[in-house]
Design a protein around this ligand. Structure first.
Ligand code: GSH
Length: 316
């Protein structure tokens, strides 16, 4: 691969000139379909997903595969959690393989360039790969999540299918999508806008918006019909999307991203109860612990992991 290809993206530069972090729009946006005649039909042994165990966006997909019992249909390939100047790599650390099992690559970037030599975006996880066409289906976690649970039903054990146990029940779709929108902008991405800010103004701007949304989530959980999970009796897509940010909040974002006005465990009792309930569920609702099994407090995108605040969630 020519070196020039590797210089398109400055991997370690996250904020723009004005100190604001602006997330780039994901560029691979194909969809797998349950329709066998579609260009990317749902099949076993055809797709794999690249993730790392520290990333909240990749964690969504990891939870989903465990929740739906799809880990043998769409295998997971793990990269190291440390972002080095060449991007995500295979080192054998953080549960990663020592080389890409499909092509022997050292870096995830090589896979992106295999899909498209002209690609100029960021080399992100999660990344859903089609072994047959040797291309990336999608690198947008929200859409990977949707296609995996809506299009692979035929491969899911009967009692966990969307038709029986929906993650997006029709009657709640509008409410869930409304919540997804503000939670994405101010919480999931809000912690990054705060943590990657390189000016005081940018940090202040996003910090307060983030905490206003946590207050709003606390209120949401007080309302009838919003317990034990965000939208009632069953786990929905909204719980998955909120969980991956909340489980990292006290453990990482408070210190690493300076999201430290309040902590979930002390100032948000309802949110904390919800988080503990989802994390500790090892019963039918979580398919025997999909959330806990996929949470790795020992994998963080920082060579040194702060010892505190203690991971209280680890205590039953
Ligand atoms: N919109 C993407 C964002 C994914 C994303 O930003 N992933 C991070 C890891 S937490 C990443 O791979 N960053 C590497 C980079 O930006 O170079 C999604 O939701 O899938």
């Amino acid at each position: 691969m020519a070196t020039a290809e590797f210089e398109k993206t400055d991997i370690l530069k996250l904020a723009d000139q004005d100190g604001q972090f602006r997330r780039k729009v994901s560029q691979f946006r194909n969809f797998i379909s349950s329709d066998p005649s579609s260009p990317f039909p749902a099949e076993k042994d055809r797709y794999v997903v690249y993730i790392n165990l520290g990333c909240p966006w990749a964690h969504r997909v990891n939870i989903l595969l465990h929740l739906k019992g799809l880990t043998s249909v769409i295998p997971i390939i793990i990269v190291d959690c440390q972002l080095v100047p060449n991007g995500w790599s295979f080192t054998g650390d953080d549960y990663s393989a020592t080389a890409d099992p499909l092509y022997g690559f050292k870096y995830l970037r090589d896979l992106y360039l295999k899909a498209d030599l002209e690609y100029t975006g960021r080399y992100t996880v999660p990344c859903l790969w089609d072994k047959k066409n040797e291309t990336i289906i999608s690198n947008e976690s929200s859409e990977i999540l949707r296609m995996l649970y809506s299009e692979f039903d035929a491969f899911v054990p009967e009692d966990r299918r969307e038709s029986v146990k929906p993650l997006l029940p029709k009657h709640l779709q509008k409410e869930i999508e409304e919540m997804n929108e503000w939670v994405y902008n101010t919480v999931n991405n809000g912690v990054y806008k705060t943590g990657f800010a390189t000016t005081q103004e940018a940090y202040d701007e996003h910090l307060h918006v983030l905490f206003a949304s946590l207050d709003r989530l606390e209120k949401h959980l007080e309302q009838p019909g919003h317990s034990p999970f965000l939208f009632g009796e069953h786990i929905t897509e909204a719980d998955i999307r909120l969980f991956t940010t909340m489980i990292r909040f006290d453990a990482a974002y408070v210190t690493i991203f300076k999201c430290n006005l309040k902590m979930i465990r002390y100032e948000y009792p309802r949110l904390h109860d919800w988080l503990r309930r989802v994390y500790w569920d090892e019963g039918e609702e979580s398919n025997c612990g999909a959330f806990k099994k996929t949470t790795h407090f020992d994998c963080a995108p920082n060579a040194i992991i702060p010892a505190g605040p203690l991971h209280n969630i680890l205590l039953p």
